[in-house]
Design a protein around this ligand. Structure first.
Ligand code: GLA
Length: 350
């Protein structure tokens, strides 16, 4: 049996998904493709890595197989035994670009196992299994956005998700005269996962100090009780949530100018308050801010490298791309990659 699960791009709502906040992602038309069949032992093959790994016992290798093994472990925790299987994966999703190839791999694995062995779990349970794999087995304490989007994506729509209740609404993504591109900075700084977990701890500390159970109860005027660093983190979360709500309205009204400004504001907040940006992605955003035809840009995903989402008028990014490529190469000696992004449906059989 074969399945495919898409990556995701987040329009806005960064570092809010583990703070009971709002996000506005959509599934992208790039996928992890996965086939599954019974085997004598566990055999995992990645075309992209050009590597085959065989295991009699499931174990952690600190490698791409952890995403698959983690998902199998999560099934087993729920009493769903997964006998030895051969799983082959290939992908046209760039890795480390902020499109969440790891969540796509987890969701593809979870869906394939559920269908192949007749567990037929609801999509939301697959999301939980996938996230649990990442948090408990891989060791990144991520929120729910990436796995949710890979499972629930819908073509021509973004997902306005409340990560506290998991209520969601599909918001039409009618780009028409506009387009969305992803610029991959092609850098991924080592600190990304340790700093990610550190931000989570800082946010937990904010709640502890303020005596709140959820960020939804935190008010701006309470933040002065916090240290400078914690105040900055909390301010980002509160303001980013507001930006998501405004972005949903802007998208519904087809007001891409406003949406673009919100993207730039989000980047500034991620740079100055949440401090998860880096020199390379700042350079890209600052460069684009000066160009007419570019409505907005900001870093996407966890940060410390990865991608920048760019909202522009249709066709206007084409020339700017070349200028940006040259300037970035001159500054950092690194070549950028560009991807034009369309929305897509969530995980499915092929
Ligand atoms: C990573 C995580 C997500 C989310 C983003 C930041 O992509 O996997 O859950 O927290 O970072 O918004």
């Amino acid at each position: 049996m074969k399945v495919k699960a898409p990556g995701r791009i987040n329009i806005i709502g960064e570092h809010t998904d583990y703070n009971d906040g709002y996000v506005l992602p959509f599934a992208v038309d790039r996928y992890v493709f996965l086939s599954i069949e019974r085997a004598e032992k566990y055999i995992f093959r990645s075309e992209t890595m050009n590597e085959t790994v065989e295991m009699d016992e499931l174990k952690k290798l600190n490698s791409w197989t952890d995403y698959i093994v983690g998902v199998i472990k999560s099934f087993e925790k729920r009493g769903c035994r997964v006998p030895p299987v051969k799983i082959e994966v290939s992908s046209n999703l760039p890795m480390g670009a902020g499109l969440s190839s790891s969540a796509a791999l987890e969701v593809a694995t979870a869906f394939a196992i559920s269908e192949y062995f007749g567990f037929n779990l609801p999509k939301l349970e697959l999301v939980k299994i996938s996230r649990e794999a990442e948090v408990e087995f891989v060791g990144v304490r991520c929120g729910v956005m990436d796995q949710f989007t890979s499972a629930f994506g819908k073509e021509d729509h973004a997902i306005f998700l409340d990560t506290m209740t998991l209520n969601y609404e599909y918001v039409p993504l009618k780009l028409e005269g506009y387009e969305i591109n992803l610029v991959d900075s092609n850098v991924k700084h080592e600190l990304s996962s340790s700093e990610y977990n550190k931000r989570r701890q800082e946010c937990e500390e904010v709640l502890r100090l303020l005596g709140k159970r959820s960020f939804r109860e935190v008010k701006v005027d309470e933040l002065n009780k916090l240290s400078t660093v914690l105040r900055k983190r909390a301010k980002h979360v509160l303001e980013e949530n507001k930006r998501v709500l405004k972005s949903v309205e802007a998208l519904k009204e087809g007001d891409f100018e406003t949406l673009g400004k919100l993207l730039f504001d989000s980047h500034e907040s991620l740079r100055n308050l949440y401090e998860v940006s880096c020199e390379e992605t700042d350079f890209i955003v600052d460069f684009l801010r000066e160009k007419s035809g570019i409505l907005g840009a900001r870093m996407v995903g966890g940060g410390f490298g990865g991608g920048v989402i760019v909202l522009s008028g249709k066709g206007t990014f084409e020339d700017i791309k070349e200028e940006l490529f040259k300037a970035y190469k001159e500054k950092f000696g690194i070549e950028l990659s560009f991807f034009q992004i369309e929305s897509a449906d969530g995980v499915q059989k092929i």
